[in-house]
Design a protein around this ligand. Structure first.
Ligand SMILES: C[S@@+](CC[C@H](N)C(=O)[O-])C[C@H]1O[C@@H](n2cnc3c(N)ncnc32)[C@H](O)[C@@H]1O
Length: 298
């Protein structure tokens, strides 16, 4: 009988420290069983019999940095689907987009970033909504999708989706923007694909994030909830720098910039709250003053 590897508290703490350092994802004590189950497959694949050996591999093997990437991929949640939190997407389309087009007229260019896009349903949903709203002729409109995990980015590039991705997608969109593929899957149409560009990117890697050009809108939904507070703050700081003045940041429904920064202007829409980089603002995000913290920030 083969024995099942158990993750002792000490090794759990060591491994979660590596994950935290690598991508900012924080794991609570109560997640030890979850991590144990998720990483067992990695141990089996590498032929390592226990978690102490796995930790040593992560730390000291030349392939350790690659394995930390794979471990993070196994542990993080990649749940997503088309038209997730669609009230927010509609508010963006109906109440933000026309203003963006208006202000970007001189450049005829709009750039949107879906940061932590998982398998791509979010950027493709944005592309469909932009197409529905009508893209001005001869404009350069681009949607960038990025994620920590190479596997989900490869999936996004393939553009093939099964039924669970369509659980909130109106049939009309599926009929118009997808074509049937084998095994009950659907493939994203060329028209939608043409607007979207994908790449692997770790949001806590400030040097790489700094290489991204100016953006008009950043969607970072259901990502910050997994990050440790200082990583979250650093990521939001990067978002501020990447946004063009007047650009907006949209978070998931359970996320906010509360107690993190007052540099963004909250903009209340009919069914959502988004954060705008003020038109007149300096490049970096001002530190949150003590009294902002005691007031709860915004
Ligand atoms: C729950 S999914 C959210 C997908 C999509 N934004 C949505 O709301 O449906 C969270 C994604 O964040 C990614 N993620 C977590 N930490 C990250 C980091 N440090 N850099 C980039 N992506 C990260 C995970 O790989 C995962 O695919």
């Amino acid at each position: 009988m083969t024995s099942v590897a158990l993750l002792a508290l000490e090794e759990f703490r060591l491994i979660r420290e590596l994950i935290l350092k690598y991508c900012g994802v924080v794991l609570g004590d109560d997640q030890r069983g979850y991590v144990e189950r998720r990483l067992r497959d990695r141990l089996a694949l590498l032929g390592i019999s226990d978690f102490r050996g796995y930790y040593r591999y992560l730390r000291f093997d030349p392939a350790g940095p690659q394995e930390i990437e794979d471990a993070a991929e196994s542990i993080t949640t990649h749940e997503t689907y088309f038209f997730r939190e669609d009230y927010q997407l509609r508010a963006f389309r109906d109440e933000v987009l026309s203003g963006l087009y208006e202000s970007r007229k001189p450049l005829r260019r709009v750039a949107i970033w879906s940061a932590g896009c998982s398998t791509g349903e979010e950027p493709y949903t944005l592309a469909m909504m932009l197409l529905e709203a009508g893209i001005p002729k001869d404009w350069d409109v681009r949607i960038f999708g990025s994620d920590l995990s190479r596997r989900v980015i490869a999936h996004a590039r393939r553009g093939l989706y099964g039924p669970s991705s369509f659980r909130a997608c109106p049939d009309r969109y599926r009929q118009q923007y997808f074509r049937p593929a084998p095994d009950g899957c659907y493939e994203v149409s060329r028209e939608v694909r043409a607007l979207c560009h994908f790449g692997q990117l770790n949001l806590v890697d400030a040097a790489r994030v700094a290489l991204i050009g100016k953006l008009d809108a950043i969607f970072c939904r259901n990502v910050l909830i997994y990050l440790e507070p200082s990583a979250k703050r650093a990521v939001v700081d990067q978002f501020f720098r990447r946004l063009a003045p007047g650009g907006v940041l949209l978070l998931g429904h359970s996320e906010s910039l509360l107690s993190m920064t007052t540099a963004f202007e909250p903009v209340v829409l009919s069914s959502d709250l988004v954060y705008r980089r003020p038109a007149q603002s300096t490049e970096s995000l001002p530190a949150l003053a003590e009294d902002d913290l005691s007031r709860g920030g915004r």
